[in-house]
Design a protein around this ligand. Structure first.
Ligand SMILES: CC(C)(COP(=O)(O)OP(=O)(O)OC[C@H]1O[C@@H](n2cnc3c(N)ncnc32)[C@H](O)[C@@H]1OP(=O)(O)O)[C@@H](O)C(=O)NCCC(=O)NCCS
Length: 324
């Protein structure tokens, strides 16, 4: 089987949008006898494609590029996307994330439109907690991103705000340093070093930059990744900062120092509260203008008490440590 990422390298967004719009309007007028069915592996059944369970999915958040895709929803759960229509054919979400190309392995720069669709699926669809917002807001059509491929599957991504790129569409502010903006590893593939690999790739992509940023706020797991990374890479301890856009000195704080000072501890109560200790620098007002604001879900993501034990050594009582 050949998957979309392998056989549609030149798919064009305007062509895709016009065929999608056409399809969506014909769907509304189709009789039941004309309905299509899509086999969905995870349900072990076919899902009927009707005007009621197909919606218009807008791929990018910015106004620079409109890209629309028909999305098939799960029976009985219209918040769950189970398939996308690309190039005149329905593909299950799982198949859109697959590749048969053996050279697609490790971190690969996002270039084609299908790779942007995969970035969208990972950030907005497959890791979205039920009934909740996605971890991140949708990326722009020009976001600098890399996908992590492993065993024929897209299992994660990271995105960068390039130094000099605009912070958002509303102001003329631009980033003063390269910033690792969003990073995600699929839940099923966590704790196997992929997060570390992405942080390392980011840091070593800018060998001449004096200072590098990671977008604030850091989730508990990301703090743990940074800690492990900086334990090994001492030379980066003075270069890696948690930053707010645009990343001036007043909007940076050194990650290693913050870890040493115990600025990232969490307690059970604090986990349930959106504001975590050390959030004082997190200017929500400013952040909401930036389209890739990380949601509170990412900030609140739980680190297991067992795993995080030594990290939160300043908060030793069990009640003060995070639960799953
Ligand atoms: C943060 C994230 C990308 C980390 O990815 P990952 O592939 O699981 O990270 P790694 O396997 O490279 O972890 C490296 C080390 O960091 C620490 N670590 C990572 N996640 C941890 C956790 N949940 N609890 C405790 N320690 C953790 C461990 O020391 C780990 O090494 P070990 O497994 O040998 O003990 C992943 O948890 C994720 O996608 N989270 C949801 C999105 C998110 O929070 N993004 C960051 C926003 S700032």
């Amino acid at each position: 089987m050949v998957y979309p990422v392998d056989h549609l390298p030149y798919l064009d967004s305007s062509e895709l949008t016009s065929t999608s719009e056409q399809y969506l309007s014909t769907l509304q007028t189709q009789s039941v006898a004309q309905h299509d069915y899509k086999w969905i592996e995870t349900f072990h059944s076919k899902v009927e494609v009707t005007g009621h369970n197909v919606s218009r999915l807008l791929l990018f958040e910015d106004n620079q590029l409109d890209c629309i895709l028909p999305a098939l929803k799960a029976p009985g759960d219209h918040a769950q996307v189970v398939a996308l229509r690309l190039n005149g054919k329905w593909w299950s979400v799982d198949d859109v994330l697959r590749t048969t190309n053996k050279s697609r392995n490790g971190l690969v720069l996002v270039q084609s439109l299908v790779e942007r669709v995969i970035l969208f699926l990972l950030s907005q669809v497959v890791e979205k907690p039920p009934e909740e917002e996605a971890l991140f807001s949708p990326h722009s059509s020009r976001e600098h991103a890399k996908l992590m491929w492993s065993n024929g599957e897209a299992v994660g991504f990271y995105t960068i705000k390039q130094k000099g790129s605009l912070c958002d569409g509303c102001t003329s502010q631009s980033y003063l340093l390269p910033v690792l903006d969003t990073v995600l590893v699929r839940s099923s593939r966590r704790r196997s070093g992929l997060g570390l690999q992405m942080l390392e790739d980011f840091c070593y992509s800018f060998p001449t930059e004096e200072v590098l940023g990671v977008s604030s706020p850091l989730s508990p797991s990301m703090v743990a990744v940074c800690r492990k990374f900086l334990q090994k890479h001492e030379e980066l301890r003075e270069r890696l900062y948690e930053v707010e856009a645009p990343g001036g000195w007043a909007q940076r704080r050194n990650i290693w120092l913050s870890i040493q000072l115990g600025r990232y501890p969490f307690s059970v109560d604090e986990k349930n509260n959106p504001m975590l200790p050390g959030d004082s620098m997190k200017n929500e007002g400013h952040n909401t203008q930036c389209h890739n604001k990380k949601s509170q879900d990412a900030r609140q993501e739980a680190v297991s008490s067992e795993d995080a034990g030594d990290f939160y050594s300043t908060q030793k009582t069990p009640a003060n440590r995070l639960a799953h």
